[in-house]
Design a protein around this ligand. Structure first.
Ligand code: FAD
Length: 408
């Protein structure tokens, strides 16, 4: 049995940042960074963007060079799953048969991609876009001649994958059960703009319909049948339909949680000495009127990692960061600040026809979020409005001649 001062489960954005933050804060005891992924910590956003399109090699998406972790006294154990947690004994049983004990445990397990549940969902040629392995397998199939792609889900990942695959010369159809693109995270102005851009690039977008079944030939995907009755030929299907938080061992050990695992403002779970961060951590978020939510973003994973590391080092700082996110599709850079859910009005700033504009979301007259397209200045300045929940007249917000920073 090996002992580590801190064991971190998951070497994605949250786990890697937690190890870095501990070292930066002067933590000098042994740290174990454990992951079922076989690769050293890497960035996930490029998986649907320039890693998928082949513009960035794997070495350029590493969070740190491979040798870095060892040099900092951080033991990387890859291709190894944390199977069972005994919270009282402060121990974890691993899939390689080993057991490790800890003083503090940080759970940064992220999520497993939600799988399609229709008939034919187990055929070869159906992919998620969550890990390097997912994308490498998909790219191998494209290299072998796959061209007709059906993507389930018009959220960020589905649309980014559509843009990257279109660049590679694929024929892409996106199937979305809701009536518009990115419906859960953006207002109709943004959805309509992105839908038009995708169509202009040749993507076939189908809203208000879903995949009824997938039919195969020789064990491989051959066509997709939609609930509308439409039949789409397909060599490859991609499921971009969200994640299931990877918290099984935590919940089995008694941690509170229903959608992921519950944490307080210091990222502590209900189990002693166990923290949870990133995609799997459900927390009361000040930018969602203190509703308990999970955020799936690099910002959230990194900021929660900092909070947990500081807490372990005895410096209490509650989690209170402004949520932010980005998405790249074609030559469009979308940057968002705040959370738009629950808005009761929107203000359009700039002209979508110029492909540079912002949508500002208001709730009871206060700025709660911004979506900025090719408009980094608005994004940088608007974050402060979100932070202040500023009350500003909609007419003034709409005046793109007046910088947002002058409105506070
Ligand atoms: P992850 O990065 O998912 O890491 C979790 C790790 O834990 C995984 O390696 C997993 O294998 C491992 N694990 C899970 N359970 C166990 C276990 N029991 N034992 C051992 N290991 C385990 N965010 C943005 O802000 N902007 C973007 O543009 C953006 N684009 C994205 C594109 C894609 C394709 C994807 C998949 C995500 C994107 N995100 C983006 C979201 C962002 O990457 C995630 O929010 C972030 O990676 C969350 O970090 P995490 O540490 O919580 O989880």
């Amino acid at each position: 049995m090996e002992h580590f001062d801190v064991v971190i489960v998951g070497s994605g954005h949250g786990g890697a940042q937690a190890a870095l933050s501990l070292r930066q804060a002067g933590h000098a005891e042994p740290i174990l960074l454990l992951s079922r992924d076989r690769n050293p910590p890497y960035e996930r956003p490029p998986l649907s963007k320039d890693y998928l399109s082949g513009e960035k090699p794997f070495e350029r998406i590493l969070i740190r060079p491979e040798a870095f972790w060892n040099e900092r006294g951080i033991t990387l154990r890859l291709g190894c799953n944390a199977d069972t947690l005994d919270a009282e004994a402060h121990s974890l049983i691993l899939s390689d048969g080993g057991t490790v004990t800890y003083r503090k445990l940080i759970w940064a397990g992220g999520g497993d991609p939600r799988r399609l549940s229709c008939s034919g969902a187990d055929l070869a040629g159906i992919h998620a876009v969550r890990s390097r392995r997912d994308v490498d397998t998909l790219r191998e199939e494209l290299a072998a001649g796959a061209r007709q792609v059906v993507i389930a889900g018009a959220g960020y990942i589905g649309l980014e994958a559509a843009a990257s695959l279109t660049k590679l010369g694929c024929e892409v159809t996106v199937v979305e059960a809701l009536e518009r693109a990115m419906a859960r995270v953006a207002g109709p102005e943004l959805s309509d703009f992105f839908a038009a851009e995708h169509r202009a690039h040749g993507v076939d977008l189908r809203f208000g319909t879903s995949i009824e079944r997938i039919e195969g030939e020789g064990g491989r995907v051959a066509r997709v049948v939609l609930s509308s009755g439409t039949v789409l030929p397909a060599d490859v299907v991609i499921a971009g339909i969200g994640i299931v938080p990877a918290v099984g061992p935590l919940i089995a050990a008694g941690a509170a949680g229903s959608n992921g695992v519950d944490v307080d403002e210091f990222c502590r779970t209900s189990l002693d000495d166990v923290y949870a961060i990133g995609d799997c951590a459900a927390h009361a978020n000040a930018f969602a009127d203190s509703q308990v939510i999970r955020l799936e973003s690099v910002q959230n994973a990194n900021d929660m990692a900092n909070v947990a590391a500081r807490e372990i080092m005895g410096e209490r700082t509650p989690y209170a960061a402004v949520p932010w996110f980005w998405s790249n599709q074609y030559d469009l850079r979308l940057q968002t600040a705040g959370l738009s859910a629950g808005h009761d009005a929107t203000v359009l700033r700039g002209d979508p026809a110029e492909r540079k504009f912002s949508v500002i979301y208001l709730k009871e007259g206060r700025v709660i979020a911004l979506d900025c397209v090719n408009n980094t200045r608005d994004y940088a300045q608007g974050r402060k409005l979100v932070e202040a929940r500023a009350v500003i007249a909609p007419d003034l917000l709409a005046d793109a001649e007046v910088p947002l920073k002058d409105m506070l």
